[in-house]
Each structure stands twice: as structure tokens, then as C-alpha cells.
Design a protein around this ligand. Structure first.
Ligand code: GRG
Length: 299
């Protein structure tokens, strides 16, 4: 198995690629309807860890795909992620005023604009993968990317996971019930990101199964640590309100397990993810590095 790659060169470079690409893909704030475009740019450019984009690039790298082919798939995943954050912060959902260290979209603009900016970010994600002028990848590959991203966004992915999450407020679920919700709400997009990187190279089912077996425990590990950080790190470091889960009466891996066992659980999930990469013949060091980051991150 590969040693974890040092991500200190690649990751900042990927962040810059994503910002540059989104700058070109989202209409400027001077283009009508300017408020909508401003809100879309506000919510998606220049912030966020770009963890999901990094997964697209790292999975593609493991299968020798050049970064220019991965830019749009990585942007599409980040656009869906940005959309989910904008809608997640709305008063009808988590009602959070702070996101990525600045006012949430509905606070910086207004609720209607935030709803519509989210909708438009989602549409743009699918538009940039299906645009006829973008001919880096074959129509079949593009269709596979679209279907993977759509599947992760819908009723068995983010949207469904959010419904399950809202239903768990003030409940005392079993660990497996919580994990099942997060496999949809957080895990589905993380899995899609990894698979989309892979799909840019191959439709070989054994390779894609390896990637899926890497991504599924990884997505859960990401959420376990998200819960731990929410309850143990300050608002400034997080860039979103600390302790929000507890305040909302949201069951979390931290509330069910406690910090040390939750971290231990995340480590086991990381190990499962890394073990799954054994089936990949190529260079998986960046994916190993991202698995390690997932459980050691501080925000
Ligand atoms: C997007 C189809 C669709 C529907 C919306 C609101 C909603 C339904 C779903 C909520 C999904 C959600 C917000 C999940 C939380 C995932 C999560 C742990 C987010 C934090 O991700 P980070 O830490 O954030 O990568 P940054 O800001 O670094 O990008």
C-alpha cells in the first residue's frame, strides 16, 4: 500500500484551479440577474476546504487522468456541495447565520435569493457536465458523471439524508440509524466525488468497486470528525457556529459515543478506506493522504 502523499503542494493548487474555473463558469455579478449571480459567487468561490474536489483530483490522479479533464467534474461536485450548504443554512433547515467564516447566503442577501441561488448552483453543476462545447470527455463518460452526481443529490443522497436528519431532531437514535442518515446526507456526495474522478478514467467495475469501498467508510469518517469538531472546536476555527448540533438537539456521533470512542471509530473507518485501495494498481498515495487528513483535520 502507498504511503500517504504530502498534500501540501497538490491541495492548494487544486483550490486555485477550482476558484479559477468557477470564476469562469458562473456569470459575473454584472450580468443580469446580478443579485442572483452575486449570491451564487458569494456562496461558492474563494472559500471552503474543497475536500470533495480534492477527492475528484486524487481519484483521477490514481488512474492517471490529467487535471484539465477533472476540473469540471470537481467544480460540479463543489457546486452541489455549495448548494447544499446554502439550503442547509436556511431558516426552514438548520437556520445558521454563519458559513465559511462569513454570513450565510440568506443573511448576506435574503431568503428568496438564497433559495434561488442554491437552485441555480445545482442546475449549473449539471449544465457544466452536459454542455456540448465541453468535449474533453466522451458522451458516455459524461452521462456516467451526470448520473452519479444526480444519484448522490437526490432522495437516496443529500436530499433524502436531509429529510432523515430533520426527522432525527430531539430523537435518541441507535448508532446505525445515525450512520445510515449520514451515509446519505454526507457520504453520498463524497462517494460521488471519488467515483467521478475514477469514471473519468475507466468504467472497469473492479476499479470502481475499489473506489466505492474506499469512499463509503471515508464519507462516514468525515462526518464523525465533523460531529467531534462541532462539539469541541471554537466558532472562529470552524467558520460556522460551534456547538450548533447540541443547541438544535441533533444526535451526533459525539453525543452518542463521546469524543475518544468517536475518534477511534473514525480511525477504524479510515483503515477500512485505505485497505480498499489495495485493489488499485496505480498510485493511490494522494487518496491515502486524504484519508489521513479526514481524521486529523482541525476544521
Ligand atoms: C443538495 C440536493 C441537495 C439538497 C439539499 C440541505 C440539504 C438538501 C442537504 C444538506 C447536506 C449537508 C449540508 C450535509 C453536511 C455535509 C457536511 C459535513 C458539510 C461540511 O463540509 P465541509 O467541512 O465544508 O467540507 P467546507 O465549507 O469546507 O466546504
Amino acid at each position: 500500500m502507498s504511503q500517504p502523499a504530502d498534500l501540501s503542494d497538490s491541495w492548494p493548487r487544486w483550490c486555485k484551479r477550482i476558484d479559477r474555473c468557477l470564476e469562469g463558469l458562473i456569470p459575473g455579478a454584472t450580468v443580469s440577474p446580478s443579485l442572483l449571480h452575486e449570491a451564487m459567487r458569494y456562496s461558492s468561490i474563494g472559500a471552503g476546504k474543497r475536500y470533495r474536489a480534492a477527492l475528484v483530483y486524487a481519484a483521477g490522479h490514481a488512474l492517471c487522468v490529467s487535471e484539465e479533464f477533472l476540473d469540471r467534474p470537481a467544480c460540479a461536485v463543489e457546486l452541489i456541495h455549495a448548494f447544499s450548504l446554502v439550503h442547509d443554512d436556511l431558516p426552514a433547515m438548520d437556520d445558521d447565520d454563519l458559513r465559511r467564516g462569513k454570513p450565510s447566503c440568506h443573511k448576506a442577501f435574503d431568503e428568496a435569493t438564497a433559495i434561488l441561488a442554491g437552485d441555480a448552483l445545482q442546475a449549473l453543476a449539471f449544465e457544466i457536465l452536459s454542455e456540448p462545447d465541453w468535449n474533453c470527455l466522451s458522451p458516455t463518460v459524461r452521462l456516467n458523471l451526470l448520473s452519479t452526481l444526480a444519484g448522490a443529490s437526490g432522495s437516496s443522497g443529500l436530499a433524502g439524508g436531509q429529510v432523515l436528519d430533520l426527522n432525527l431532531t430531539s430523537q435518541d437514535p441507535a448508532l446505525e440509524t445515525l450512520a445510515a442518515m449520514h451515509r446519505c446526507k454526507t457520504g453520498a456526495l463524497i462517494e460521488a466525488a471519488v467515483l467521478m474522478g475514477g469514471l473519468c478514467a475507466t468504467d472497469d467495475s473492479a476499479t470502481l468497486t475499489c473506489l466505492k469501498n474506499y469512499a463509503q467508510p471515508l464519507g462516514l469518517a468525515f462526518q464523525v470528525i465533523d460531529d467531534v469538531l462541532d462539539g469541541t472546536v471554537d466558532t472562529e476555527t470552524l467558520g460556522k457556529p460551534a456547538g450548533a448540533d447540541q443547541e438544535r438537539g441533533q444526535p451526533t456521533f459525539l453525543s452518542i459515543l463521546g469524543e475518544a470512542p468517536a475518534r477511534q471509530y473514525a480511525e477504524e473507518l479510515r483503515d477500512q478506506a485505505i485497505d480498499a485501495l489495495g485493489g488499485l494498481e496505480q498510485n493511490a498515495a494522494l487518496l491515502v493522504g486524504l484519508a489521513q487528513f479526514t481524521i486529523t483535520r482541525s476544521h
